[in-house]
Structure formats: C-alpha cells, structure tokens
Ligand binder design. Sequence first.
Ligand SMILES: Cc1ncc(COP(=O)(O)O)c(C=O)c1O
Length: 127
Amino acid sequence: MALLALGIGENDEVIVPTLTYIASVNCIKYVGATPVFVDSDLNWQASISDIEKKITKNTKAIIVVHLYVFAAHIKEIREIANKYNISLIEDCAEAIGTKVDEKHVGNFSDVSTFSFYGNKTITTGEG
Ligand SMILES: Cc1ncc(COP(=O)(O)O)c(C=O)c1O
C-alpha cells in the first residue's frame, strides 16, 4: 500500500536492504517494480554509502528497515532521499517504540509501515 500510495510500479527501482524480512522485498515485486539490494554495515543496518552507489535514474524509493529494535541510519538516509528527490519508506515492523533523537521511528519518512503480528507487539527481538 505504501508503494502504491507513492505511485511506484513497473520500470521503477526500489532500494531495499539485503538483511530484512522478505515482506520488505515482496511488496516491491507485488507492484511490478524492481528491488535493488544494498549491503549492511557492521551494525546490520543498510549501508549509507551503498545506498548512494545504487541510485539510478529509475530509483523511485528507498525502503529502510529498522531491524530487531535498532534504528537504521534514518537521518542520513533522509538526506540522501531529499538530495535525489526519492521517496522514503520506513519499515518499522520490528521497531515499535524505537526512537531516534526522541522521535519515534516512522516519523522520518514519507510513508511508514508497522506490523501488528504478535511477535512484533509483545516480545522484544522482533518487536
Ligand atoms: C521487517 C518486517 N517487515 C514486514 C513484516 C511483515 O509484517 P506483517 O506480516 O504484519 O505484514 C515483518 C514480519 O515479520 C518484518 O519483520
């Protein structure tokens, strides 16, 4: 729904981390766009430098995934998205309650997604 709301479809590329749950990638395929994978850094989060390397004229969005309660490098990635005029989506499924500079994740992007699956809302680790 986030990708559809942003008008993303065929011939568009969407940047997504290699280390994530498959739902972050499936949604790109569901709308007919192409996933472009970025490596993780030593914190397991999407590498900022690799994101910038993977941007092409077809890149329409970056999906950032906050993994295992830890926030991605969201402020730096927001700056990259602004610089290249690319939409930014935060997948917050695994980070309900996580904050960056006193702001909950989900507040840094154009569209944010959450999960209400049991292991996200009750346990730590994936929630
Ligand atoms: C990072 C991430 N995104 C998305 C999902 C999908 O959540 P849901 O099945 O509630 O749509 C999960 C679930 O495991 C997840 O870990």
